[in-house]
Design a protein around this ligand. Structure first.
Ligand code: URA
Length: 425
């Protein structure tokens, strides 16, 4: 069936519902170039302004899945579970989490992306390990899942190509923030990837996509419903992103911290979230008799990490690169560190060279921000709070500008929970 793109746009502009046939047609026609970018951007803006109901979102997601290939892990000898985070500052959780869950008997096919803007990308982080490669064929992916149980690699071009084209368009037309479009974008890739269970880490706070709790909850509920309707056991955690996770934001810096967690140490918040997400992934995959915290302590998660890195050409024993230039930011007063803003730290890490402004830009492996205190810690005037890492000193001024109001020191601090809520179908 063929439609007129202008009629489809007018339907949504006038707050109408798109029919299943209109949705199937517009996604297919856009993927094949029969609907122009300016028409799709107009439709995306109408969706951002007027929304979509549950049926429309489910059909939109199904049409994006149908635009490409679907993977199938049914032949693997163990169940599969994946995690998706909506992105935050210092969010290195995938790195310890994938081998940890593999060490507990559940295979993790983690198809990841690169960072854009102030949030880091998992592949960029792992590429700071000498020799490690992100691109795997489907056969290599399947073999590694069977042998090691965990893969973190680049999503191939074959998965949901409609989303790839639409996401790039949304990025330059101010339409990224539409909840139906974010939910269908994320879930089309995850459902096409073929995981049996999925745990979503939906971040809330200044460093996240979703700045307020009501929006984050709506996004989480929409994604959980989409996954469940598609037969994927899906759970979401709403987690705090008002301050960075852990003590590092930057590629090699975050790998180093992840290895500390796998060695049984590391910052308490990174350990807490890694274990909470692992427990959810295991439960969603039907494994309830293994304690992930124990697998971190007894070294089996570290063994899985070493095998996972080596299987993709990386040397788990190689020294990670170190920044040639450093700049220390000191506390201006004495008191309790009551705020360390996630967005400001993310922008600083980005300006130091850890992130990219356009997707073709290179990233620095060594750049980033190292934090020496977390909210709640007592600090004294003159004490180092942050160390900025960069390839050259010219990066420091702009990074320091973004940190101008990032640090709050006061008389008291009220702790807030890291895991705010849990959303199920
Ligand atoms: N991540 C995605 O994959 N898609 C979006 O729309 C937003 C974040």
């Amino acid at each position: 069936m063929s439609f007129d793109a202008v009629d489809v746009i007018r339907t949504k502009r006038d707050k109408g519902e798109l029919s299943d046939e209109q949705i199937d047609w517009v996604i297919d026609a856009y993927t094949h170039g029969a609907v122009a970018d300016e028409q799709m951007s107009s439709l995306a803006m109408a969706i951002l302004l007027n929304g979509m109901n549950r049926r429309e979102i489910a059909r939109w997601t199904a049409a994006m899945i149908a635009s490409g290939e679907r993977m199938d892990f049914a032949k693997l000898s163990r169940p599969t579970a994946d995690k998706h985070s909506t992105g935050g500052v210092g969010d290195k959780i995938t790195l310890p989490l994938a081998p940890l869950v593999a060490a507990c008997g559940v295979a993790v096919p983690q198809l990841s992306g690169r960072g854009l803007g102030h949030t880091g990308g998992t592949l960029d982080k792992l590429e700071s390990i000498p020799g490690w490669r992100a691109a795997l064929s489907n056969d290599e992916l399947m073999q590694q899942l069977e042998d090691v149980g965990a893969v973190i690699c680049a999503a191939g071009d074959g998965l949901a190509p409609a989303d790839k084209k639409l996401y790039a368009l949304r990025d330059v037309t101010g339409t990224v923030e539409a909840i139906p479009l974010i939910a269908s974008s994320i879930m089309s890739k995850k459902i096409a990837e073929g995981t049996g269970a999925l745990v979503l880490d939906v971040k809330v706070g200044t460093g996240a996509f979703m700045k307020d709790l009501a929006d984050a909850r709506e996004l989480a509920e929409t994604m959980v419903a989409l996954g469940t309707d598609a037969g994927v056991k899906t759970v979401a955690l709403l987690t705090d992103m008002s301050t960075p996770l852990g003590l590092t934001a930057g590629n090699a810096l975050e790998v180093r911290e992840s290895v500390e967690v796998l060695a049984g140490g590391g910052p308490a918040d990174v350990v807490e979230l890694t274990v909470a997400l692992a427990a959810e992934m295991l439960a969603a995959a039907g494994v309830t008799d293994v304690d992930p915290a124990e697998r971190l302590r007894d070294g089996t998660a570290m063994d899985a990490w070493r095998r996972m890195i080596a299987a993709q050409g990386g040397d788990p024993d190689a020294d990670l690169p170190v920044a040639p230039e450093k700049h220390v930011v000191k506390a201006q007063s004495t008191g309790v560190l009551s705020g360390l803003d996630a967005l400001a730290v993310g922008v600083a890490a980005w300006r130091l060279g850890a992130g990219r402004a356009r997707k073709e830009d290179p990233v620095s492996a060594v750049a980033g921000v190292e934090m020496h205190a977390k909210p709640g810690d007592q600090v004294s005037e003159g004490q180092p709070l942050l160390t900025l890492h960069a390839d050259d000193t010219s990066r420091f001024d702009r990074a320091l500008e973004s940190l101008a109001d990032a640090i709050q020191i006061s008389a008291a601090y009220t702790p807030t929970p890291l895991v705010i809520d849990r959303i199920t179908a």
